[in-house]
Design a protein around this ligand. Structure first.
Ligand code: 6PG
Length: 248
């Protein structure tokens, strides 16, 4: 695994950098393979990037017709609920860009977690290169919880299903967010060409310092289950979140 850590003075500069890099990755993927396959995250730091992508200077030159969006996790609420990851993305930017409706491959939050997980596994298979169970994504965006969770991979023993299936139904308690969820799993994330972890704010400083400490504890810190096999793991972190690590 190749890993890089970039630290920005604040979340706005982090988001502008991420939006520029998104544009570069999109152009390269479309030139090489004709499409740009992305996995989106929920949470506050990714949201700041989405706001940037909706701005005219980023939005205009991007290849929306070839951009296909998936989600790394979803909460089991309707798409119009404030807790919906898809709903958040739609409000912040999807309604403002010319993305064909069929390029939005969302997790069906309005279903039961089990049914939505099954349906999404099928969706991944259909979007994959022939003979594969899920696509090799060009870019995966991930957030980081204060407990070390990412997507909806939460602290605790790593199940066999998490290591073999592409999607899982999960029940998890975190802040006041909806508890029933569906998540993609590490085998899918770790096949990606590039994975970005976006973390900002002082409340992330402790967990960032721990997971960067050199200690490997993926049961307790699920973010450490993310280790792209052939791709790059890129941390995009603001100074506040990096503040308790010597690198910060
Ligand atoms: C979710 C997210 C989750 C999120 C982290 C960080 O559905 O809850 O995908 O993994 O990215 O909880 O969220 P914040 O950036 O809001 O702290």
């Amino acid at each position: 695994m190749r890993e890089r850590r970039l630290i920005f003075p604040d979340v706005e500069r982090l988001s502008v950098y991420a939006a520029r890099q998104w544009a570069a990755r999109a152009a390269a993927a479309v030139a090489a393979r004709g499409r740009f396959l992305v996995v989106l995250a929920g949470g506050e730091t990714p949201r700041r990037l989405y706001v940037r992508l909706a701005q005219a200077r980023f939005r205009r030159p991007l290849p929306w017709a070839q951009t296909i969006l998936f989600w790394g996790d979803e909460r089991m609420v309707s798409a119009t609920d404030a807790g919906s990851n898809y709903g958040q993305a739609r409000q912040e930017w999807l309604d403002q860009v010319s993305l064909p409706a069929e390029n939005i491959r969302r997790i069906r939050g309005e279903l039961s977690a089990e049914s939505a997980a099954q349906l999404y596994a099928e969706e991944l298979r259909q979007s994959a290169e022939p003979g594969r169970a899920w696509p090799v994504f060009d870019l995966v965006l991930l957030g980081l919880g204060t407990d070390g969770h990412t997507a909806s991979l939460f602290p605790g023993p790593i199940s066999a299903a998490e290591q073999t299936q592409p999607t899982l139904a999960v029940t998890a308690h975190y802040a006041d967010r909806p508890t029933e969820r569906v998540t993609l799993t590490p085998p899918v994330f770790n096949d990606a060409r590039e994975v970005w972890v976006l973390a900002a704010g002082e409340n992330k400083a402790e967990i960032v310092a721990r997971v960067w400490s050199g200690e490997f504890n993926p049961e307790e810190w699920p973010i450490q289950r993310i280790r792209p096999k052939n791709g790059q793991l890129l941390w995009l972190v603001d100074a506040a979140a990096a503040g308790r690590h010597p690198q910060g």
